[in-house]
Design a protein around this ligand. Structure first.
Ligand code: ADP
Ligand code: ASP
Ligand code: MG
Length: 459
């Protein structure tokens, strides 16, 4: 059972988490394993503090006081046993002192490496995990806090570390399998073989839960959040989006990859192999059925299951008549972008081969183009490539659904709906699995575009 930042946002919400976990532990032969995120907003505060310290600004000290107030309030409200409460407050202060020393070091050297950033950003989970565990213990249920750095092993790719499933699986089973009480594990954080702190990427606590679920071969993984399940679109953009009761692994993966932040894109990888279902549930509305993600989702009437979108996108267009029929050009382009460490989200090439478009995040586009211009300088010099252009301020929209396979006329209907809404489309891609049609639009037409597709296909 994984509880996200909004589910542990304050003392009241944590009490609600306690209710849900305790109720579940009573109905099951084995106690649940619980994963928690940092309290809402804490990871952002930690990263903001690291930035301030790096710039030599003393605001980071205010952030530490802010964190102290927030966590002290939670402890005081949630742990009624005086001596347990006092020792937890000492533990919280100990962690915040350690954080203060690290940030002071950052301030002195005026540098925060990705490695240090991982260490700093993990404090939120280390704090929340202890508080949730202490609260459950305070309610008379056997419960232990577990630091995931002891059981999830990764490489040292800081900011988005890669999990070693073989080593982690063994560590997880040794530490958690067969335990009598409830274990509350920190989401998001992990460590290298040398014990250096790493993180699984922003939103990574979902992934922590599925790594544990797969290693322990649980019956299911539950992601508890602040919405009733996976919705047909982001509710902040399409207010009348509704809950999808059942969805396949593939569809849910595509939706999360294209920006439905309700689950981290990697979450389904470990559980798919073991065929464990994942449920998305609402902490504020535990009675709601939620969404069931599994291999066998019931067929739907609508051709489209959901819509997702990614902001802050740029398009790199490489064009030139000389690229027509030039073998190896695509290979050179991709090798160059890969060397720049840029993740390409979407690719299109017109059959005239006159241009190739790569779509990536705006903060990576400049870096990609610099390296492309250097690596392709011979082709630019000989005029085979005329220009490499960046267009910014864009959005990728992806329309997803198993039912789209082999459905004639679907793209026609999709693009007419967008045309009728007056939306200009800059590039289109469809995978051969026909599970996904993605296209690029201007950022400013996002709300209109999502609304138009939702009206045309989902209702
Ligand atoms: P948590 O703190 O529990 O990890 P997140 O904020 O990471 O929660 O994810 C839940 C949020 O994802 C929802 O509040 C909602 O605004 C957003 N969201 C975006 N797209 C979708 C979608 N298709 N279905 C459900 N929620 C979505
Ligand atoms: N606390 C981390 C974040 O804000 C991980 C998570 O919430 O899943 O990204
Ligand atoms: Mg999340």
């Amino acid at each position: 059972m994984k509880f996200g930042g909004s589910s542990v946002a304050d003392a009241d919400r944590i009490r609600g988490v306690g209710d849900i976990v305790i109720a579940r532990s009573k109905g099951e032969p084995k106690p649940p394993v619980v994963v928690v995120s940092a309290m809402k907003g804490v990871t952002d505060m930690l990263l903001g503090a690291a930035r301030s310290a790096e710039e030599g600004k003393r605001e980071y000290k205010d952030a530490i006081y802010g964190l102290m107030g927030k966590h002290h309030d939670a402890v005081k409200a949630l742990v009624t046993d005086n001596s347990a409460g006092a020792s937890l407050l000492i533990e919280v202060d100990g962690l915040l002192d350690e954080l203060g020393e690290i940030l002071h070091g950052v301030e002195l050297v005026r540098e925060c490496s990705p490695r240090t950033k991982d260490l700093v950003s993990g404090f939120g989970e280390r704090l929340s995990c202890r508080i949730v565990a202490a609260h459950i213990t305070d309610r008379g249920i056997e419960c232990e806090a577990v630091d995931a750095r002891e059981i999830i092993r990764t490489d040292d790719n800081h900011g988005r570390a890669v999990v070693d499933f073989t080593v982690s699986g063994k560590l997880i089973r040794d530490r958690l399998a067969g335990r009598k009480g409830i274990s509350v594990v920190t989401g998001f954080i992990a460590s290298t073989a040398d014990g250096v702190a790493t993180t699984l990427g922003r939103n990574g606590s979902d992934y922590t839960a599925s790594i544990l679920g797969a290693a322990l071969d649980t019956d299911a993984v539950e992601i508890w959040t602040d919405v009733d399940g996976i919705l047909t679109a982001d509710p902040r953009i399409v207010p009348n989006a509704w809950v999808i009761p059942e969805i396949s692994f593939q569809e849910a993966m595509e939706l999360s990859y294209f920006g439905a932040e309700v689950i981290h894109p990697y979450t389904l990888i470990p559980v798919m192999e073991k065929d464990l279902p994942v449920y998305i549930k609402n902490t504020l509305n535990p009675q709601a059925a939620g969404t069931r993600i599994s291999r066998t989702a019931a067929p739907k009437d609508s051709p489209i299951t959901g819509i997702a979108s990614i902001d802050n996108i740029s398009m790199i267009t490489i064009e030139g008549g000389g690229m027509v029929g030039m073998p190896g050009i695509a290979g050179r382009i991709f090798a160059s972008v890969a060397a720049a460490g840029v993740n390409i989200i979407m690719i299109t090439q017109a059959s005239s081969e006159h241009s190739i478009c790569l779509v990536c995040r705006t903060d990576e586009a400049e870096r990609a183009v610099d390296l492309l211009k250097r690596d392709l300088s011979d082709a630019i010099y000989s005029r085979m490539i005329r220009d490499i252009i960046i267009t910014t301020g864009l959005e990728i929209v992806a329309v997803i659904g198993e039912n789209m396979k082999g459905r004639v006329g679907l793209s026609g209907k999709l693009f007419s709906a967008l045309g009728d809404a007056g939306i200009n489309i800059l590039a289109i891609a469809q995978g051969s699995t026909e599970l996904n049609i993605s296209f690029v639009i201007e950022n400013s037409s996002k709300t209109e575009a999502l609304g138009a597709i939702h009206r045309a296909f989902i209702g």
